[in-house]
Design a protein around this ligand. Structure first.
Ligand code: SF4
Ligand code: SF4
Ligand code: FES
Length: 305
């Protein structure tokens, strides 16, 4: 059956949405359709992909305005009469057609302090129990598709925030290392607050909603990191210390970005960061007000839709 598609074509100098009518077979995904367009109508259509199994994280794109993996979005998700519009990730510069320059994410990855080995142990001597790694193991499922980075309103329409804000993918890495039983650094949450822009996140959970690995980015990584930034301020022993000692006797200063009352900087928390019109056509609504993504129930046969 022939169905109607609209695909953004262009490069860094500009582009347009083009129309394609393409045959669709039962069981196909959006990436199949892109391949068919390449094979039959537009051999120069650029699209990044690799595994076609939801594991390499290459085929990230926006489908009817929602950040998704092309290879994991079944055509049965859409009504038969529905036009499917495919555009590049919006938060990153376009190279050509559906291919964007995602190097921002690698730059931020390099800025995250690496695992710090425990003193006195050589590689091969590290020992951990499963119970100690269970909490952070969820974050190792990340396939680096960067859909979460693309969705986050802090950078989606705000290029100027990219320098100060590392994004949800970096936050799960920071949380993973912070929860690592053998990591020797004890300042990961303070580092995330001071150097990775953790305070810019106002826990809207959009990143969690689009994660194809169903990582609970906000609940399990960002919120625990934020709590740990401030929890020493609420620690009853610290509270007692503040009662006993004079202010000038207390060596501990609040971490950067945390006010003396232990609240995060209000200016960061109240940032509205609304989205602008889509650069890829006027048929989309941003920011994504209609995300109603539900984590599938355990055992659910479908991971998308
Ligand atoms: S929860 Fe935080 S990191 Fe995730 S999309 Fe919202 S603001 Fe961005
Ligand atoms: S956390 Fe999820 S959405 Fe973000 S890069 Fe990893 S797999 Fe993709
Ligand atoms: S092609 Fe690998 S995740 Fe889609």
């Amino acid at each position: 059956m022939s169905r109607h598609f609209r695909v953004w074509r262009g490069d860094s100098s500009g582009g347009e949405i083009r129309d394609y009518d393409v045959d669709v077979n039962d069981g196909e995904v959006v990436l199949d359709i892109i391949h068919r367009i390449q094979a039959t109508q537009a051999p120069d259509l650029a699209c990044r992909w690799n595994c076609k199994a939801g594991k390499c994280g290459s085929c990230s794109m926006e489908i009817n305005g929602k950040p998704r993996l092309g290879c994991m979005t079944r055509m049965s998700t859409f009504e038969e009469s529905e036009t499917v519009t495919i555009t590049p990730l919006r938060a990153f510069p376009v190279i050509r057609d559906l291919v964007t320059d995602v190097s921002f994410n690698y730059t931020k990855a390099r800025e995250t302090p690496a695992f710090s080995p425990p003193e006195g142990l050589a590689p091969g001597e590290y020992r951990m129990q499963q119970i100690d790694v269970e909490r952070s193991q969820e974050f190792r499922k990340c396939i680096e598709c960067f859909l979460c980075q693309n969705t986050c309103h802090v950078v989606r329409d705000h290029e100027e925030n990219k320098e100060a804000f590392s994004g949800p993918r970096s936050f799960i890495r920071a949380a993973e290392l912070d929860m690592h039983p053998l990591d020797a650094r004890s300042d990961r949450k303070e580092y995330a607050q001071a150097n990775q822009g953790l305070g810019y996140c106002n826990i809207t959970k959009c990143c969690s909603e689009v994660c194809p690995e169903h990582i609970k980015i906000t609940d399990n990584a960002i919120i625990p990191l934020k709590e740990r930034v401030v929890d020493r301020r609420y620690d009853p022993l610290v509270w007692l210390g503040r009662k006993i000692f004079r202010r000038d006797q207390l060596a501990e200063a609040p971490p950067a970005g945390v006010a003396p009352d232990a609240h995060l900087d209000v200016g960061e928390m109240l940032s509205t960061q609304s989205g602008g019109p889509s650069p890829f056509g006027d048929d989309q609504t941003f920011p994504l007000t209609d995300i109603t993504y539900q984590h599938p129930a355990p055992g659910s046969p479908s991971r998308e839709g």
